[in-house]
Design a protein around this ligand. Structure first.
Ligand code: SF4
Length: 475
């Protein structure tokens, strides 16, 4: 299981912070002060540009779902926060946190901009952070600097009297939005037409299909899998979870990320022809009945817009320019990229692999650039760079500007809770069942992993790092 990672890096070193700041890089590029490219001109806009649009999310839902009545709406951030300088916001956040003390815990996702992460009490991936919040039972408020589904999970795992706050309600996840409740339920009904009764077991006690949702999905979908005998997975434990599912089902419906599903199942020996894609816009997802009958893993047509940018060409260029470089990518990357890399694993795996490497190592990393630049700043003993030369952060998480963090904290100081993410109990209850199944799932004694396909669990990170280092040194 993942561990939580308290912020241990001193944040008072301005040079280190400036080096890690993706926001600063974007500002310099858009001002023409430095060479480079960003993936979208939207990054140059103030994050408050998104406040004027219709509310796209509600607690428990994806962008494609009906927003629950009474959900909080973002609205315009007060002018004083929009006009404040970086230094002023920094000071106001510190002062509000000092006033609130143990009454608040601030969580910063690995992909969050550095100007926000520097104020976090914990950094980590979404599930690590939800668990980290539990170590602060006195906190009345949990401020989650991440995206919607992360705050939802924190709400479902925290005490009912703790308020989980998302500083900007426009911070969603484009991958989570690719699987909405009605599309998944429609898929389930079509699968029932193909396989018959989905609760009937075969001679081995297995049902026709087990639904598995990635943590990066709405609470409504976690509830769907909980109600239908399924389970949640993270990028750290996807192999363990698939083993769990194959013990109970003849096949798996995996959503929303096709790449994590494909990379994990392939590393476990599932042939590609047994992994049809489910396109929700097509009858039977675009497959034939025969293909679905032969399927072992049905992959939802979803992806992460950040991780799908990584290419085999980038890996080849990194190897040509940096002999001995170790290439580590996230399993949300496309399969050819994962196959070409030296290793692949969760953000936690990447962090630990770098921490465990001997000084003087060179890493090309295929994951979100805020994490890569922060790792580079925190590990000057290594050379660390992002595989993608274009500056492309998770653009939705990037909407958590320090102005929003200052606003929600100062509202708390004034006794007001804004932007509370509260998942309805009828959704949260089955979703917790799916999360508990994940926590109870134990890694199999041995998982067959073909050579060249390293999908590592977080607990294996140090050993894998040593393997990666050894193979790269030997290459
Ligand atoms: S990096 Fe990708 S999967 Fe992660 S929050 Fe952003 S869009 Fe979603």
């Amino acid at each position: 299981m993942s561990t939580t990672l308290p912020v241990t890096t001193p944040r008072s070193d301005d040079a280190t912070r400036a080096a890690a700041s993706v926001d600063r890089s974007i500002r310099l590029i858009t001002a023409g002060a430095t060479r480079g490219e960003t993936c979208t001109p939207d990054l140059a806009k103030g994050p408050w540009e998104f406040d004027r649009g219709p509310a796209g999310y509600g607690p428990g839902s994806s962008m494609g779902d009906v927003i629950p009545t009474g959900s909080p709406r973002q609205g315009a951030l007060p002018e004083e926060y929009r006009r404040a300088s970086d230094a002023e916001l920094d000071e106001r956040i510190r002062a509000a946190k000092a006033t609130l003390g143990d009454r608040v815990v601030v969580l910063g996702h690995f992909y969050q901009r550095d100007e926000v992460v520097q104020h976090a009490d914990f950094t980590g991936d979404s599930f690590q952070l939800a668990n980290a919040a539990k170590t602060r039972p006195d906190a009345e408020a949990i401020v989650f600097c991440g995206v919607h589904f992360m705050a939802e999970t924190a709400d479902m795992l925290s005490r009912p009297d703790q308020a989980v706050i998302l500083p900007n309600l426009a911070a969603g996840c484009s991958m989570a939005d690719m699987a909405d409740t009605s599309s998944v339920e429609e898929c389930w009904e079509q699968l029932e037409e193909v396989y018959g009764d989905l609760t009937a077991t075969d001679a081995d006690g297995r049902v026709p299909v087990i639904p598995v949702t990635y943590m990066n999905s709405s609470a409504a979908l976690k509830g769907f899998v909980g109600r239908n005998g399924g389970i949640v997975c993270t990028s750290s434990n996807a192999t363990t979870v698939l083993e769990w599912a194959f013990e109970r089902g003849q096949r798996v419906l995996f959503f929303p990320d096709q790449h994590l599903g494909r990379n994990t199942a392939k590393a476990m020996g599932v042939p590609l022809e047994a992994m049809p894609m489910w396109n929700p816009r097509k009858p039977l997802g675009g497959s034939t009945t025969a293909e679905l009958e032969d399927a072992r893993v049905i992959l939802w047509h979803g992806f992460c817009s950040v991780h799908k940018r990584f290419t085999v060409d980038q890996i080849e260029r990194a190897r040509a320019d940096h002999p001995g470089v170790q290439v580590i990518v996230h399993p949300e990357c496309p399969m050819p990229v994962v196959d070409a890399a030296d290793a692949s694993g969760s953000t936690d795996f990447i962090v630990k692999a770098i921490q465990a490497a001997p000084a003087g190592s060179t890493f090309a990393i295929g994951t979100e650039i805020n994490l890569v630049q922060r790792l580079a700043a925190e590990h000057p003993e290594h050379e660390i760079f992002c595989l993608d030369p274009v500056v492309c952060p998770c653009s939705t998480m990037y909407r958590i500007h320090p102005g929003y963090l200052a606003w929600v904290l100062e509202e708390l100081v004034a006794g007001r809770v804004v932007n509370r993410i509260e998942v309805a109990e009828d959704v949260a209850e089955p979703a917790r069942v799916a999360l508990e199944r994940m926590l109870a799932a134990k890694p199999p004694a041995s998982v067959p992993v073909p050579a060249g396909s390293t999908i590592a669990a977080a607990g294996d990170a140090a050993a894998a790092a040593a393997d990666v280092a050894a193979s790269a040194v030997g290459a």
